[in-house]
Design a protein. Structure first.
Length: 308
């Protein structure tokens, strides 16, 4: 059974999407040529799914030469985990899972009072990068998502603690990408930096890409907290005074259940979603991610809050 809703009529790529695709393919091939061991951060969300699809196209007919790396908070949506595992089985991709729970069990991390584990992902990510010897990590961040990500280069230098220093970043002119780095450093590579949310959805429709079903409107038990509709779970919701209600919702982004909110929606197809987001005044993360509701969204501070 397919886990996505397909566009009513698949289309060929528009010239704009073809240009974006070609740029991303070039970035992926450039990364493969410059680095020895690469991981592709994979959450099962639409952006990482698109990066994986681009990688498949960049290196076809060979297998994707990157390992998928999922930093699993343990508070993920079950539909997304099932989708991740089905995709790995279907495509033969190599998957490595770094479970936050393992670090908690060893006493290296502690649960937060608010129940969210999103900020706890940084240590497992940085330690896994070091342990596995990745010199580059591919991510699905886009510059239009929120202000911190707008500062990113396509090839973004990180120190051995995962920190981002604006003075260490390189100019990127004429599509030249400098992957040079010191021992212990690694480069985060963002092949879809120049894409928008609309571009992503149009590409998903045109290429017939499968997604977790929670991206499309469905009935779900949710409760309201700080203006967001959250799903109940072991992470600590709902609390006293918070009432579960059945609403028709969808998710614009997926992540830790404790900080990822749903939006009220009737959008059950990609065309419906494109119409819906065309009238939205907020990015998907600004609208539905509690961890991105920061006053300045400074990347210099986000490394302390789990931004990676």
């Amino acid at each position: 059974m397919r886990t996505t809703h397909m566009r009513e009529t698949a289309t060929t790529l528009s010239p704009h999407l073809k240009d974006l695709e070609n740029e991303s393919l070039q970035i992926l091939r450039e990364a493969a040529g410059q680095f020895d061991k690469i991981a592709l951060l994979f959450s099962g969300g639409k952006d990482s799914v698109v990066v994986f699809e681009l990688a498949r196209r960049a290196f076809a007919p060979a297998q994707v030469p990157f390992e998928l790396l999922h930093v699993d908070t343990g508070h993920n949506f079950s539909e997304v985990i099932k989708f991740r595992d089905d995709l790995v089985e279907r495509t033969g991709a190599r998957l490595r899972v770094a479970k936050v729970q393992d670090w908690i069990d060893r006493g290296e991390l502690k649960e937060r009072p608010d129940g969210t584990r999103n900020p706890l992902q940084t240590v497992p990510l940085v330690e896994t990068i070091e342990e596995q010897g990745y010199d580059a990590v591919l991510g699905g961040a886009r510059r239009d998502e929120e202000r911190a990500r707008a500062k990113e280069r396509i090839f973004s230098v990180r120190d051995n603690f995962g920190g981002w220093d604006p003075r260490r970043q390189r100019p990127e002119i004429w599509n030249l990408y400098n992957g040079g780095h010191l021992p212990g450093e690694n480069i985060r590579v963002f092949p879809i930096s120049n894409w928008t949310e609309t571009d992503i959805w149009e590409y998903i429709g045109a290429r017939g890409i499968e997604l977790p079903p929670i991206y499309f409107a469905h009935e779900r038990e949710v409760f309201e907290r700080d203006g967001m509709y959250l799903t109940a779970g072991d992470w600590g919701g709902p609390k006293k005074g918070e009432t579960l209600e059945t609403k028709k919702v969808r998710y614009r982004t997926v992540g830790d259940m404790s900080c990822t909110g749903a939006v009220l929606s009737e959008a059950s197809t990609i065309d419906d979603i494109l119409t819906e987001i065309s009238t939205s005044t907020l990015t998907e993360r600004g609208a539905t991610r509690a961890d991105d509701r920061l006053s300045e969204s400074s990347m210099e501070d986000r490394k302390k809050e789990g931004y990676f």
